[in-house]
Design a protein around this ligand. Structure first.
Ligand SMILES: NC(=O)C1=CN([C@@H]2O[C@H](COP(=O)(O)OP(=O)(O)OC[C@H]3O[C@@H](n4cnc5c(N)ncnc54)[C@H](OP(=O)(O)O)[C@@H]3O)[C@@H](O)[C@H]2O)C=CC1
Ligand SMILES: C[C@H]1O[C@H](OP(=O)(O)OP(=O)(O)OC[C@H]2O[C@@H](n3cnc4c(=O)[nH]c(N)nc43)[C@H](O)[C@@H]2O)[C@@H](O)[C@@H](O)C1=O
Length: 320
């Protein structure tokens, strides 16, 4: 059985990938928390890779956050993510790891790009300023994989997820992504009997949301593809594959859905002092669907399930 190292296994995506691998009986799984192995520390990553010598690496560790966190801590987002990618991808190669899957993000695509965004839209225009530093690091991750493939014949693959959500998400009131932020805000409003909930920005931006279990399934699917199938879709650079649902929704519509799921009956208002970010980010998922994978969890169903999970965490999440 292959030894698979899942970097970031305590995070929302890494934990979902770990669940999928465990469910199919993988028994060579290797994990380390950030307290055990700081992936920004090159010497520590080198020692770990040389000692463990995994067969496969899944890179789901990153500094992650929503629009406010990206806009407030740009240095952390570019610095930590570049180090994590250089260390994990570079030291995996140095330890002879032939296969790796790295997770990027839909924010790699230019701000003004034809929708839906196809993989070859990469580097065709100017990035969205609220998350440009993070996006530059994610683009560097793609180019690292491509370059190790070209120069050293490695099989390093990249998946670009759309906005994700689900159990294990970060529900921080300011630093999280929109969906967990709204779940928490609407839930708190219902509990407090509040009459109004404030939504950041104009409510007009459109986003595509994918449940993390779908993302984990897609990650394992891409990891398992035979090399010829991956190459067929990603030639000539053996580059990245988009992962999404292929449908989007406005933030105002999303807020209405979360209000419905949480039972909030009051008014919504919009705070124009907060940034909208990119006005639309819809993935072209035809590469992945040609290969045979499509998402299966509907948005409303996924929000209801995530809200159930949030409620089961009781006070532990809300005290953060
Ligand atoms: N969430 C989303 O909407 C999206 C996420 N992505 C990408 O998916 C991947 C996973 O994201 P997600 O699961 O949401 O993020 P989380 O924040 O939930 O998890 C990130 C994980 O990375 C680990 N990590 C962070 N810094 C370090 C470090 N210095 N050393 C070791 N481990 C570290 C953390 O480990 P520990 O818990 O041990 O501290 C954590 O478990 C990322 O690459 C992200 O960019 C892409 C698009 C959308
Ligand atoms: C996944 C992706 O995530 C980030 O980009 P983003 O798509 O802009 O992410 P977001 O989820 O934070 O916001 C989506 C939209 O929603 C609006 N919005 C309303 N009310 C809240 C709110 O309460 N919180 C947040 N965060 N946003 C809100 C918000 O104003 C924006 O218009 C990247 O930085 C980058 O990290 C990345 O790759």
């Amino acid at each position: 059985m292959a030894k698979i190292y899942v970097a970031g296994h305590r995070g929302m995506v890494g934990s979902a990938i770990l669940r999928q691998l465990e469910a199919r009986g993988s028994d060579g799984l290797i994990t380390r928390s950030s307290a055990e192995l700081d992936l920004t520390d090159q010497a520590a990553v080198r020692d770990f890779m040389q000692t463990e010598r995994p067969d496969v690496v899944v890179l789901a560790a990153a500094k992650v956050g929503g629009i406010h966190a990206n806009n407030t801590y740009p240095a952390d987002f570019i610095h930590d993510n570049l180090l994590i990618e250089v260390n994990v991808i570079g030291q995996a190669h140095a330890a002879g790891v032939q296969k790796l899957l790295q997770l990027g993000s839909s924010c790699i695509y230019p701000r003004e790009v034809p929708q839906p965004m196809a993989e070859d839209a990469l580097l065709t225009g100017v990035l969205e300023p609220t998350n440009e530093p993070y996006a530059v690091a994610k683009i560097a991750g793609i180019k690292l994989c491509e370059s190790f493939n070209r120069q050293h014949g490695r099989d390093y693959r990249s998946v670009m997820p759309t906005n994700l959500y689900g159990p294990g998400d970060n529900f921080h009131p300011e630093n999280s992504h929109v969906l967990p932020a709204l779940i928490r805000r609407f839930h708190d409003a219902v509990e407090a009997g509040a009459e109004e909930v404030v939504i950041w920005g104009s409510g007009k931006p459109r986003r595509e949301f994918l449940h993390v279990d779908d993302m984990a399934a897609a990650s394992v699917f891409v990891m398992d593809l035979d090399a010829e199938a991956y190459a067929r879709e990603t030639r000539p650079m053996l580059s990245h594959i988009n992962v999404g649902t292929g449908t989007d929704i406005s933030i105002a519509e999303l807020a209405g859905m979360v209000a419905d799921v949480t039972g909030f009956k009051g008014q919504l208002s919009f705070d124009a002092s907060k940034p909208d970010g990119t006005m639309r980010k819809l993935m072209d998922v035809s590469r992945l669907s040609r290969l045979g994978w499509t998402a299966s969890i509907g948005l409303r169903e996924g929000i209801a399930e995530t809200y159930g999970w949030y409620l089961r965490q009781a006070g532990s999440l809300r005290s953060k």
